[in-house]
Ligand binder design. Sequence first.
Ligand code: ZN
Length: 78
Amino acid sequence: MTAITGALYVDCGTGREDPATGRIRYFKPPRARYECLRCGGSEGPVIGAPAVREFVRDIRTEHHTRCTTATQLGAIAA
Ligand SMILES: [Zn+2]
């Protein structure tokens, strides 16, 4: 069982593939944000496909280093 410590919100945006270039042209760019249920803090939003990809991959680890609740628990355990 995994404890839920945060909520990741991802909006994939709205776009259409450009037939000339094969790239997606966004009318509404993808965006993502993260809300921590432990410290009540939030991260983001980040906007744009590359930023969203990176955010989704790393935010749990990155937030953990900044999360005040996690830091306090670590200090108590140490
Ligand atoms: Zn936190």
